[in-house]
Design a protein around this ligand. Sequence first.
Ligand code: 5RP
Length: 258
Amino acid sequence: RKASLQISSFVSKNCTIMSVETAKKIAAYKAVDTYVKNRHVIGIGSGSTVVYAVERLAERVQNENLNIICIPTSFQAKQLIVANKSRFQVENEMHLSDLENHPEIDVCIDGADEVDCHLNLIKGGGGCLLQEKIIASCSKQFIVIADYRKNSSYLGEQYKNGIPIEVIPMAFVPIKNRIEKRFGGKLELRMAIAKAGPVVTDNGNFILDWINFKHNLKWEDINREIKMIPGVVETGLFIKMATKAYFGMQDGSVKEQD
Ligand code: 5RP
């Protein structure tokens, strides 16, 4: 199938309102069209917005005979790359690789749960924060793609599912108690659908979601302090990591933030 940018929208009074899916798509396409070059090593993020980025990547690989190398940030991302390789018959040009073979990444394209006015992020809504942060940290440029709902002035302004913290399973209770006592708010063990048990990450760990945290905290210090707690593997606070964010807006434009 030839992927084309189909704009789904509806007209309300005199203005056109884009759907959230279209907003994700236009942000993803803009990022891929702006940053991806032939022979690039690309970090592929996780989540629903990245689906459009990989779709566009595959389309460009096919149409422009690009040769690119993709490094996934999760099981989902890996499957996405494999599915698009076969769908677009670009077996030889869209390579799947890893950090052992390609430790330096040209550009990483990933979604976010919330982006503040300083380009600090909450990530990990899909539970992939650890590998996402590793890949982002190995990338020369880290580009965020999101719809307009993620564009906030401060962390926690709109996103209410909390800051994910990936932890070693046997330590989740002491970690929860320590963070609540030190910083306030509440940490909840992320549970699978129908509360069948805790969510287990791609790395075999649990996730604590830190909700009702205070706003405008010194996130860099807090991130460092939380990471020092034994048993904490990684946080979903991506502080001063992003190069640029693209937001698909309701009016069909793409807002840039750097
Ligand atoms: C997964 C993530 C995602 O990038 C984040 O949750 C955004 O997802 P989506 O594009 O579906 O809104 O951090 O761990």
